[in-house]
Design a protein around this ligand. Structure first.
Ligand SMILES: Nc1ncnc2c1ncn2[C@@H]1O[C@H](COP(=O)(O)OP(=O)(O)OP(=O)(O)O)[C@@H](O)[C@H]1O
Ligand SMILES: [Mg+2]
Length: 221
């Protein structure tokens, strides 16, 4: 079984020369296909940076990053977006829904780039699965935090990605909403044989994962 995500000696620095801050220091880690891992560590340790690198939204200063065996360091922007489209679904902490689009439109939008048909139907099916059949045509401002996050998760899953990256997906939710959100993500991951990487501060979530990766000061401990 080949790794879904493979980081080899990956460093990330912001700024240049004397002002450079090394945020990740030659880290090595991999996520196998169908593996569920959590990334934990103090604020500022580099967790979001790992998610940004794995999704090609940030560029490594050094090292190699492979997504399903494909090297992504050095790819051009359009090639990176292709890798994302084919492989990766991302859930951000602060939902990032588009305010003037309805729930169905927010979910189906990301499909357009994939040139699939019947986008709205797929989006509706997924939202229905997530208990939002009565909220299809609501705008984000008309949804609760938990509902917005379910829309954001549906959007991440609509392309049927084999890798899901979730950066504190329950960070803005109360514990009941947080639990049902994690059930959705874990169930989906299992059912669709997907890898899942969850950044979390919540021990009960971390403990539900196959493995916990701890990061401190830009290094894996
Ligand atoms: N664009 C940037 N320019 C300069 N420094 C940055 C930039 N983005 C992040 N950093 C720094 O990189 C370090 C790691 O940030 P990162 O967002 O990965 O931390 P984190 O572990 O996700 O923290 P948190 O738990 O608070 O979300 C921090 O010290 C942060 O200040
Ligand atoms: Mg973060």
């Amino acid at each position: 079984m080949s790794a879904a995500i493979q980081f080899n000696n990956v460093s990330l620095s912001y700024g240049i020369k004397d002002d450079a801050v090394e945020v990740l220091k030659a880290i090595n880690f991999s996520v196998e296909s169908e593996e569920v891992i959590s990334i934990v560590g103090p604020s500022g340790s580099g967790k979001t940076s790992i998610i940004m690198l794995a999704s090609g939204l940030e560029t490594a200063t050094k090292g190699s990053i492979k997504i399903n065996s494909q090297e992504i360091v050095g790819l051009k922007e359009n090639e990176l977006s292709e890798v994302r489209r084919k492989n990766i679904g991302i859930v951000f902490q602060s939902f990032y829904l588009i305010p003037n689009l309805t729930a169905v439109e927010n979910v189906s939008l990301s499909l357009e780039a994939n040139q699939q048909f019947n986008l709205e139907k797929d989006a509706e099916n997924l939202l229905d699965e997530f208990g939002l059949s009565h909220r299809f045509h609501h705008l984000p401002s008309e949804l609760s935090g938990g509902e917005q996050q379910r829309v954001a998760i549906a959007r991440a899953l609509i392309n049927k990605p084999k890798i899901i990256l979730a950066d504190e997906p329950t960070g803005n939710l109360d514990s009941a909403n947080s639990d049902s959100m994690m059930d959705l993500l874990f169930d989906y991951t299992k059912k669709s044989q997907t890898s899942l990487v969850i950044v979390t501060h919540d021990n009960s979530i971390a403990n539900r994962c196959d493995r916990i990766v701890e990061i401190r000061d830009g290094e894996i401990v």
